[in-house]
Every structure is written in structure tokens, then in C-alpha cells.
Ligand binder design. Structure first.
Ligand SMILES: [Fe+2]
Ligand SMILES: [Fe+2]
Length: 161
């Protein structure tokens, strides 16, 4: 059995991953409405990844004889400041997720070795997650005069490369 305190914190991570899924899904829909189909597709792909992160945690908790919680989620922020708003939001989300996972991993090292090993996958996954969103935010900053449609076209290539 996973120690009770650690189980509670693993469940908090389930909520973080489910929240990431909800935020990416909402941003995908909003970008699609804004006629930016490739940026929307990027967000939809991220949302799928987040769902699999949540599912993997739920399965792990269950396999170890624990109970996974499905808490309510907060409403998703919207903005009229252009698509870059959503990508900067995504970058903050990924960075704070990394911080949360680092804390959780440190806690698990002291309490439960198997959970510590399990969480290593998440720590390494975050390297890619942060890097990918950083690349898109960089593209927005470099092409600030070209507009969202230009970044959407850039994304079309990015998604197939
Ligand atoms: Fe995630
Ligand atoms: Fe992520």
C-alpha cells in the first residue's frame, strides 16, 4: 500500500493532469473557433497526452490498492489578446506541472521507492513537454508582426516534421 499522505499527493497530481487536459481541450476549441486549425490541432494533441498522464496515474494508484479521486476542475481562462495568450498559459502550466512533479518525486523517495521509480517517467516526459511549448512561444515572439495566421501556417509544418 502507498502511504496515506503520498496517496493524497498522487491524487493531487491526477487533478493537475486532468486540469491540463481540460485546459488544452478548451484552448483547442477556442483556437478552432478563431480559425486557427493547426494551432487547435497542436492543443488537441497536447490534451490527449495529458489525458494519458492522468490515466497512467489512476491505473498506478489502483494497481497499488489505492483509491483515485476525481475532483471538480476550475473554469478555463479565456482572452482576446490573440493566440499567444494560450501558448504562454500552456507554458506556465507545463512549468508548474514540472515543479509539482519534482516535489512529489522528492516526497516519494523518502516514503515509497516504487512510486519514486514510477514518477521518473513523468519527470523525463516534462523535459519534452516544456521544450515543445517553448518552441511555439518562441515562434510567436519572433513573428510578432506577422500575426496568428502566419504562426498557424508554421504550425502545419511543425506538426508534420
Ligand atoms: Fe502532463
Ligand atoms: Fe504537459
Amino acid at each position: 500500500m502507498i502511504p496515506e499522505v503520498l496517496l493524497l499527493d498522487l491524487n493531487k497530481q491526477v487533478t493537475i493532469e486532468r486540469n491540463n487536459h481540460a485546459v488544452y481541450s478548451a484552448m483547442s476549441a477556442l483556437l478552432d473557433t478563431g480559425n486557427l486549425p493547426n494551432l487547435a490541432r497542436f492543443m488537441a494533441k497536447q490534451a490527449e497526452g495529458e489525458w494519458s498522464h492522468a490515466k497512467k496515474l489512476v491505473d498506478y494508484i489502483t494497481d497499488r490498492g489505492g483509491v483515485a479521486f476525481f475532483d471538480g476542475l476550475a473554469a478555463v481562462e479565456t482572452s482576446n489578446d490573440g493566440a499567444v495568450f494560450y501558448f504562454e498559459l500552456a507554458l506556465n502550466l507545463e512549468r508548474s506541472t514540472t515543479d509539482a512533479l519534482k516535489l512529489l518525486h522528492r516526497e516519494s523517495e523518502a516514503m515509497d521507492q516504487q512510486t519514486a521509480v514510477f514518477l521518473q517517467w513523468y519527470l523525463m516526459e516534462q523535459v519534452e513537454e516544456v521544450k515543445t511549448v517553448e518552441e511555439v512561444v518562441d515562434c510567436f515572439h519572433r513573428s510578432v508582426n506577422l500575426g496568428d495566421q502566419w504562426v498557424d501556417a508554421w504550425m502545419k509544418n511543425y506538426l508534420t516534421s
